[in-house]
Write a protein that binds this ligand. Structure first.
Ligand code: MD3
Ligand code: FE
Length: 216
């Protein structure tokens, strides 16, 4: 019941401005749920989720994999994009068409036309997993937005500003929500506190997050 007064455009997506340059498209990915989860199964069969190690030597609680020409990796040598999966030595699985289309259309809707991601980092949060406050700055060009898609269990997402010490806001990200971060918000600090336990009807006891980037 989000149209009690009948004055919304019939096909208007739920579109919440979040911060300068950032827009949340609530439920935007829901029509593609099955196609996304099927494509994800194919990727994970080729490039399984793994817990990477930070340069400081800590194993991440979030498990990750990638698809596309470039994948985000971390190890004792640092954070970077690499065309190959270090576990297999093979190129990352190609970006499925349904991923590319979703990312391009969401960016378009948010005011960033012509977004063509070459990297998709896939994060898997099991209960208790968290991602500490950070900036995404391993990409070559910050003029491109980042598109994020949440699936499965809901999480609290936190984001601040350009400085680590800026006040942090919290927003819930639920199954099917898509967020586009561009312009000034592209370099905002953000993170995910420990995932609460629960069971999602179709995805199970897990939260999955896809982040689409133009890395190269
Ligand atoms: C704001 N992932 O993979 S998605 C990441 O839910 C990451 O897994 C989180 O942060 C997750 O790097 C957050 C939302 C998000 C993604 C990228 C951003 C927010 C962002 C880049 C800049 C500012
Ligand atoms: Fe991030």
């Amino acid at each position: 019941m989000n149209d009690l007064f009948g004055n919304e455009a019939p096909e208007a997506p739920e579109r919440e401005p979040l911060a300068p340059g950032a827009v949340i498209l609530r439920g935007w990915a829901l029509p593609l749920e099955t196609a996304l989860l099927t494509a994800l199964d194919g990727i994970v069969a080729e490039a399984p989720f793994r817990h990477m190690v930070t340069p400081g030597g800590f194993e991440m609680s979030v498990a990750m994999t990638n698809c596309g020409a470039a994948g985000w990796v971390t190890d004792r040598r640092g954070y970077r994009y690499d065309g190959k999966d270090p576990e297999s030595g093979k190129p990352w699985p190609p970006m499925p068409a349904v991923f590319l289309t979703l990312a391009r259309e969401a960016a378009d809707e948010a005011g960033y036309p012509g977004f063509v991601p070459d990297a998709c980092l896939i994060n898997r949060y099991q209960p208790g997993a968290r991602l500490s406050l950070h900036q995404d700055r391993n990409e070559r060009d910050f003029d491109n937005p980042i598109v994020s898609v949440s699936l499965g269990l809901a999480a609290t997402f936190q984001f601040g500003g350009l400085s680590r010490t800026d006040t942090v806001r919290k927003i819930p990200l639920r199954h099917g929500d898509v967020v586009v971060w561009g312009g000034p918000s592209r370099l905002f600090y953000h993170g995910v506190p420990a995932l609460k336990d629960g069971e999602h009807l179709t995805v199970g006891r897990v939260r999955l997050n896809l982040t689409f980037r133009k890395a190269l």
